[in-house]
Every structure is written in C-alpha cells, then in structure tokens.
Design a protein around this ligand. Structure first.
Ligand SMILES: NC(=O)c1ccc[n+]([C@@H]2O[C@H](COP(=O)([O-])OP(=O)(O)OC[C@H]3O[C@@H](n4cnc5c(N)ncnc54)[C@H](OP(=O)(O)O)[C@@H]3O)[C@@H](O)[C@H]2O)c1
Length: 402
C-alpha cells in the first residue's frame, strides 16, 4: 500500500525496519537512510534473512535539508519515520514540508547546544503542515508515545476527569555491562542530568536533577528506586487533558549506574560544551558516547524486563477512580523477535504502529499532532498484536498515589 523512508539506523531504527517488514500489506516498500550506511546495510541484511524483504539503503546526513529533499524526491515515500536523533527533527520536518510528505518521530526537538527539549519548536509547524495538507505525528515511541495513548485510553473508557497522572518507567533488566545506556547515550545523559520538573496546579515545579525519588513496586519486577525526571509527554498531556492537576514522570536507575554517572559528571565528561584537545574542538559528551556500547548491541545477553505504565486517579460518575495501565516487555523476547533489547523494541514497535495508523487512515489529518489526540483503541490493539500487550488494574491502590 505504501512506501516509507526510515531515517536513523540505530537501536530503534533496526526495530522499526524489521517490524515494518513484518507487515507487507501496509509497508509495501521500505527505505532506510542514515549517517553511516554500513549500519543500514546490516539491518537490511538481517531483515532480508528473517522476512525475505528487500530494504533499499542510502547514506544521508539529515541535518542537511537539501540532501533529505533530494532523497525524498528520488525515492518518493509517502511517510518519513524519523528515528535519528532529536537534533534532526526540524531539518527533517522542513524536508517533508518542501516535498509534501507525511512525518513522524519518537522524540521532540532539542537544540544541539542546549540540553532543553520542548514541543514549541515543532508545534510551530502546525499552520504550514495544514496548508500543505500533510501530517506530522510527534513522539510515537513508548514514552513519549504509548504513555500518551494509555492516558487517552483511560480518559475515553474509565474517567470523566483525570486529576493525577504518574508515568512510571522501570528497566528491571541487566545487560551485564558496568555502564551503558539503553538508547542514544548522548540524548539519554542530556535528559537525566538536566533539572527535573513536574506539573502541579497549573504550574511547573522545578527540582534539582535526581533529587526526588521513592520506591515503586513494579509488576513482576518488585520494588525499585524511581527518580522524578522531566519527560516530554508531560507537556502535551497537561495541554490535551486540562483537568490534570498534577503530572509526574518516574524512572528507575540502579546504584551502579548512578555512581558511574556522578563520576563522569564530576570529571566533566558529560559536558556538552566543546573543549580544545590537541588543537581540535571536541564535545566531552560526544566523545563519551563514542566509547560507550551502542544501544543496538546490548540485546544478546540482556536478561530481565521493562515495565512502563500510567497510574491515574480521577473521577468517574462522581466517584473517585484509580487506574493503572502498563506493559511489561522481556529483553530476551525482544531479542528473539528482532535481535534487539527491550528499550529499542518498546520504542520501535509503537513507531511502526503509529506509521501504520497514519498510512491506513485511522490517524490521518493535516497538521502537527501528539498521539493522545487520536482514537487510542486501534493503536493499542495493533501494539498488542505486534508484541506489546497491555495489562490494567482498576480501583486498586496505586504505588505512587501520594
Ligand atoms: N519515545 C521513546 O520511547 C524513545 C525511547 C528511546 C529512544 N527514543 C528516541 O529514538 C531515537 C533513536 O534512538 P536510538 O536508541 O536508536 O539511538 P542510536 O542507536 O544512537 O541511533 C541513532 C541513529 O541516528 C543516526 N544519526 C545521527 N545523526 C544523524 C544525521 N545527522 N543524519 C542521519 N542519521 C543520523 C545515527 O547514525 P550513526 O550510526 O552514524 O551515529 C544512528 O544510526 C532518538 O531520538 C531517541 O531519543 C525514543
């Protein structure tokens, strides 16, 4: 039915390509382009071996709008799935506008010289996308992504008003490395070393990085120390569900990880400001990324599972209601399916399903949208069918209900 262009051949890109290949009725042709073409070729080879589907590959620096426009004009996709880095969001959206092609991503724009992510830059494309008659779907991974759809599903089926939202993200897995990040190390470390933030009574409350934490009990995993972070879906969810009084995001970190991070921070290795080394300007965090394991290489010996969900409190028919909706994903199950670890998998599967929603017309209208603005039901059905079923608990005590 449709040709797609996937940009980014990392951990998530690998899952997106393979999952698209598994649905030939929707994704009739798949093109993969990234900065390092050998990574595209490896994914194409694995995809051919497993699904017997050919993937066309191209070298592309997506920071360069003209190059992306040229590739789109040459290959003529209906949709671009951006799973490169958040820095490329705006240049790729510009290329889509110029060529009249739909766009989607899994992480909101972030300028390279400032560790600050917010939707304002991408929401500012609303009128231009509408006028061009094309759609942009923002943040369609797991978090952001499925967490927004879970919230929309809760609002549709279980609540008249959502008042309290806690997104809880646990990686209860072990990859056997002393220190590695589960998605792009540069983006991950920028995210967790910046100040934390949550929404309460109409205001954003800022806290020092990792200064608020509590033990949260995760299904099938148990209690884990969970830290309050700022996460991008909070921004769109409090806008799209204005009855929310408080919205927070919690993520687990092990002590070993935090100790490594503290040391790296203390010695200046997480800085995004260039230093001059042997006459060459280098960014310490980019150098650190180069010596850390690639997220796409963590899968083989990864044990344990992830558990990510939304804990919600609000009102239904005048009565206080609590609801917890979540998914648990075993790293080995992800590896057995597409040779990936669970974090890339829980991002790549919803990205493929978001693309499917757009291409089949379930979610299609001109303009720039977040996932929670669409009907959650067909999305959740397909996400479950393709590897990430949801569980739910109604009116049971919530772990973070304080
Ligand atoms: N929503 C969610 O739940 C969620 C969860 C995890 C990750 N994410 C997002 O998913 C994206 C991918 O993460 P990942 O773990 O797959 O990272 P990754 O393994 O580091 O992969 C990123 C890929 O993008 C390529 N790339 C970087 N700059 C490029 C450019 N200018 N032009 C073309 N390609 C470029 C990289 O090329 P090289 O190989 O040459 O470096 C690499 O192949 C990130 O934006 C991340 O924030 C979202």
């Amino acid at each position: 039915m449709s040709k797609v262009l996937v940009i980014g051949a990392g951990g998530v890109g690998s899952v997106v390509v393979k999952k698209c290949a598994s649905v030939p009725s929707v994704f009739t042709e798949i093109i993969l382009a990234s900065r390092t073409v050998s990574k595209c070729e490896k994914i194409a080879q694995e995809t051919f071996e497993k699904y017997g589907r050919k993937v066309e590959t191209y070298q592309l620096d997506a920071d360069n709008v003209a190059d992306t426009v040229a590739l789109i004009n040459k290959t003529k996709p209906k949709l671009v799935i951006n799973v490169a880095l958040p820095y490329q969001d705006l240049p790729i959206m510009d290329a889509c506008l110029e060529t009249g092609v739909h766009y989607m991503d899994t992480a909101n724009y972030e300028p390279i010289d400032e560790a600050k992510f917010e939707y304002s830059w991408q929401w500012a494309y609303q009128d231009r996308f509408k006028e061009k008659g094309i759609m942009a779907l923002l943040g369609c991974g797991f978090d952001p992504g499925v967490t927004g759809v879970y919230t929309a599903y809760a609002a549709k089926h279980y609540f008249d008003e959502i008042h309290y939202l806690d997104i809880v993200d646990c990686n209860g897995g072990d990859h056997g490395k002393a220190f590695a990040t589960n998605f792009n190390p540069e983006i991950n470390i920028r995210e967790i070393t910046q100040k934390g933030k949550y929404f309460e009574d109409g205001l954003w409350v800022e806290i020092d990085a990792m200064s608020v934490h509590k033990k949260i009990n995760y299904p099938n995993i148990g209690e884990r120390d969970s830290y309050l972070l700022y996460h991008e879906e909070l921004e769109s969810l409090v806008k799209n569900f204005p009855t929310i009084k408080r919205a927070r995001f919690w993520m687990t970190f092990g002590q070993e990880y935090l100790t490594h991070l503290r040391v790296l921070q203390n010695v200046g290795m997480t800085s995004i400001h260039p230093i001059v080394y042997e006459g060459k300007a280098i960014v310490p965090l980019k150098f650190l990324k180069a010596v850390l394991p690639e997220p796409s290489e963590l899968g083989e010996n990864y044990s344990g599972e992830t558990s990510i969900g939304c804990q919600i409190k609000g009102i239904k028919d005048g009565k206080e209601t609590t609801y917890y909706i979540y998914n648990n994903c075993k790293h080995q199950a992800a590896y057995n399916d597409v040779k990936s670890q669970g974090v890339s998998y829980t991002t790549g599967v919803p990205a493929m399903v978001g693309a499917m929603m757009m291409l089949t017309g379930e979610w299609m209208k001109a303009g720039v949208y977040n996932v929670e603005e669409f009907n959650p039901d067909p999305f959740l059905e397909k996400v479950a069918e393709h590897g990430l079923p949801w569980q739910e608990e109604l009116n049971k005590p919530l772990a973070v209900n304080t």
